[in-house]
Design a protein around this ligand. Structure first.
Ligand SMILES: C[S@@+](CC[C@H](N)C(=O)[O-])C[C@H]1O[C@@H](n2cnc3c(N)ncnc32)[C@H](O)[C@@H]1O
Length: 253
């Protein structure tokens, strides 16, 4: 959806400082809420109270998308070190490798990684997704010292992994979660995935990403796939962590 048209919508009498900041970072047009009926684009960003939301016009009935790490805290509870993601990445209570999450998305996986104690660098190339994630991180950091310390382990960059300079950064682990085809049930029930899939009909460069990740990672590359999706590599993975709806293919470098 590279040619998609997005905008920022403001609802107060004047454009606020944070809306101006958003506009200067994104270069998106800004319009009044009362002019929304004249907007013929694909989606729009807006602030409501302290939170940034994104509404896809085609998904008006679904409501908007935003990032809330607070809601994820339960998933990051006691069983964290038994979760396949954490095990596949090679994290344990005594081992916390540095991770590059090359396809950060809405940051849920990175949040679990940071909760388990690893430093994680996040790359996200999509402007809208990046802004939602940035906003979610800032709001979470403002909740208190514990939350702030966790977000300090999450270093977000608006960046395409394919443009990475491997000479400057070589993490132990590269994690890839490219958009694999979701089952119909999954697509209908999980709102963020449903949204992302509509928003991100971008070029499919997954095999290239795996090759690049193998160059960059000093220890391993982990790829999240749907349980029935084909693997990304030509070479078989070294081991696999299987769950009900997805699996993690691990390639040692
Ligand atoms: C399935 S989502 C990742 C979901 C994420 N693991 C989470 O927990 O929210 C895939 C994301 O990767 C991003 N992406 C795809 N290719 C990328 C690349 N080459 N560099 C940076 N980001 C990329 C897409 O824009 C999308 O937001």
């Amino acid at each position: 959806m590279n040619s998609a048209k997005f905008a920022i919508v403001y609802s107060q009498k004047i454009v606020t400082k944070r809306e101006k900041g958003l506009q200067s970072r994104t270069n998106l047009p800004i319009l009044k809420h009362s002019d929304l009926s004249e907007f013929h684009g694909d989606g729009y960003l807006y602030y409501l109270e302290d939170c940034l939301f994104f509404q896809l016009v085609s998904k008006n009935h679904n409501g908007p998308l935003s990032v809330s790490f607070k809601d994820l805290e339960r998933r990051a509870g006691d069983s964290l070190f038994r979760q396949n993601l954490i095990r596949a990445l090679g994290l344990s209570r005594g081992r916390r490798p540095q991770i590059l999450d090359a396809t950060a998305g809405l940051g849920s996986d990175s949040f679990l990684i940071a909760t388990a104690g690893s430093e994680v660098v996040l790359f996200e190339r999509n402007l809208i997704v990046y802004e939602l994630l940035r906003d979610g991180l800032m709001r979470y950091a403002a909740l208190g010292d514990k939350e702030y310390q966790k977000t300090r382990r999450m270093q977000l960059h608006k960046k395409d992994f394919n443009d990475m300079d491997a000479n400057h950064f070589s993490p132990e682990v590269v994690y890839l979660d490219p958009m694999f085809p979701r089952s119909k049930k999954n697509t209908l029930s999980k709102k963020p995935l449903n949204y992302l899939q509509t928003l991100l009909a971008e070029e499919n460069d997954e095999s290239r990403m795996l090759a690049m990740a193998m160059e960059v990672a000093t220890k391993r590359v982990v790829v999240k796939r749907g349980s029935n999706s084909p693997s990304l590599g030509v070479k078989a993975s070294d081991f696999v962590f299987k769950g009900n709806s997805n699996r993690f293919d691990v390639y040692l470098t």
